[in-house]
Ligand binder design. Structure first.
Ligand code: AR6
Length: 174
């Protein structure tokens, strides 16, 4: 069975799923944006767990429990900082989604929720990031045999619009 991709506007910290994805930085020691929101909602145990991970490279991902979150786990990934598009940003962003889905597959997760990685402080153009997110997820779903639902969680209206536009563009080929 192939998982369903669902786009929704919500606060990712409120979702009761197997794993939410955190758009972190290489230190994995917290920050602003969705990272700050996840750490606040999960409680200080999350920072303690992150301290044991020794950071994370751009495009890769690491997992912790969700602690006080409704989600059971947090998959921390580090998106690329947008610097014009010629520094492998697209490959690195696609790698974030693939690495998170690899972890979800290993753990047999049924549900996972992604924020718009790199679309905030890291400045990735939202239309391009939305296309990469949807294509990368679609390309890697076949490896996730247990996965039933992938949520693409938009906080801000422009991101929601970009996801819907990109989703409609590629729906025919999925
Ligand atoms: N739920 C869902 N999406 C959210 C939430 C939320 N609660 N809060 C923000 N967003 P950003 P980045 C959206 O900046 O660009 C941190 O300081 C937000 O509207 O959180 O990957 C890290 O520590 C935007 O669309 O992540 C890094 O240093 C998206 O999440 C750096 O920011 C991503 O915005 C990472 O930057």
């Amino acid at each position: 069975m192939t998982a369903t991709i669902t786009i929704l506007q919500d606060d990712i910290t409120q979702l009761k799923v197997d794993a939410i994805v955190n758009a972190a930085n290489v230190s994995l020691l917290g920050g602003g944006g969705v990272d700050g929101a996840i750490h606040s909602a999960a409680g200080p145990e999350l920072l303690d767990a992150c301290k044991k991970l020794n950071g994370c490279r751009v495009g890769q991902a690491k997992i912790t429990p969700g602690f006080r979150l409704p989600a059971r786990f947090v998959i921390h990934t580090v998106g690329p900082i947008w610097s014009g598009g010629a520094s492998d940003e697209a490959q690195l962003l696609a790698s974030c989604y693939r690495s998170c889905l690899d972890i979800a597959a290993v753990h047999g997760f049924k549900s996972i929720a992604f924020p718009a990685i790199s679309c905030g402080v890291y400045g990735y153009p939202v239309d391009q990031a939305a296309a990469i997110a949807i294509n990368s997820i679609a390309d890697n779903l076949q490896n996730c045999v247990d996965l039933e639902t992938v949520y693409l969680v938009c906080f801000a209206e422009p991101v929601l619009k970009a996801y819907h536009e990109q989703f409609n563009c590629i729906k025919g080929v999925l």
